[in-house]
Design a protein. Structure first.
Length: 288
């Protein structure tokens, strides 16, 4: 297992810690407000790196930031109509989307990686699948999965062209800008009461928001941009499938949430999928 894969495992582990924190913060703040605040904090942290960014870095950062923000917004909208468990499963379908969409960008279809992606999706399905479908919610969440699949592919293709800090910084600046405009527009259309009460509502969660902004957003996007220089998009997607596994584990440890046998089996399947993704296909024997 190479160093870049270990970095992506760390990224996924940190993402898993955010779920119980987000659940706590959502008692006072909306999902959009949390996203905007964490992006603004991350943007302030990464601001020194944008001044030396080349035009090409801004271009690729804008593309990646737009895809990531689309994924966040679509998921937030979908969660207004479907459960978080169903959202987790539908979002995980990006793992299967990546190898097939990659064909359109000149990639090769590896049966090993398709098999690993299938095992990973099945494991997440076992962990989180439940009924309660909704056309709008399901459609928005599938759009989230598609946008993140494209993000993963584009990041693997373009990360090697840029300094990881500058690429992460340009993404975050754009995401902070548009998320802030979204909150501002929502607050104005709602009469301004939400904006007026925002400082009081965010103060109890300031530590959580700083962690989300500095560590889970700025730090992890920078590690992602560095690590995916050396990791294919389809392998990265399988590794990211560990996110709901880590989320369930930290929910169990920090929030005393139940962890069923079914969820445990599903989580084990995702771990097996990651191990499969690390296997190297057998080399064909030379003709005698």
């Amino acid at each position: 297992m190479n160093f870049s894969v270990l970095l992506l495992l760390l990224v996924t582990l940190v993402w898993g810690t955010t779920f119980p924190l987000l659940k706590s913060a959502s008692s006072s703040l909306s999902g959009v407000e949390i996203s905007a605040i964490r992006f603004v904090i991350a943007a302030v942290c990464m601001l020194p790196f944008v001044f030396k960014a080349r035009r090409e870095t801004w271009r690729d950062g804008a593309l990646l930031g737009a895809l990531a923000l689309t994924s966040y917004v679509a998921q937030a909208y979908g969660l207004e109509h479907i459960s978080s468990n169903r959202s987790a499963f539908l979002t995980s379908l990006n793992v299967l989307m990546v190898p097939f969409i990659g064909l359109l960008f000149g990639g090769r279809l590896s049966l090993l990686m398709v098999g690993a992606a299938t095992v990973a999706c099945s494991g997440i399905g076992l962990m989180s699948w439940e009924g309660g479908g909704n056309l709008l919610g399901d459609s928005a969440t599938l759009l989230c999965a598609l946008a993140y699949a494209l993000y993963t592919i584009m990041l693997s293709q373009r990360a090697g062209r840029h300094d990881a800090r500058q690429l992460a910084a340009t993404q975050i600046i754009l995401m902070a800008l548009f998320a802030s405009l979204w909150v501002l527009g929502s607050g104005i259309s709602g009469g301004g009461a939400a904006l007026a009460s925002l400082p009081d509502r965010l103060m109890p969660h300031i530590g959580t928001l700083i962690y989300l902004g500095l560590v889970a957003t700025a730090g992890m996007l920078m590690l992602q941009a560095y690590a995916q220089r050396n990791v294919s998009a389809d392998k990265a997607a399988v590794i990211y499938a560990l996110e709901p596994v880590f989320a369930a584990l930290f929910g169990w440890l920090l929030l005393s949430e139940s962890l069923t046998v079914q969820a445990g089996i599903g989580g084990a399947m995702v771990v097996v999928a990651v191990i499969i993704s690390e296997l190297k296909p057998a080399e064909p024997k030379p003709a005698s």
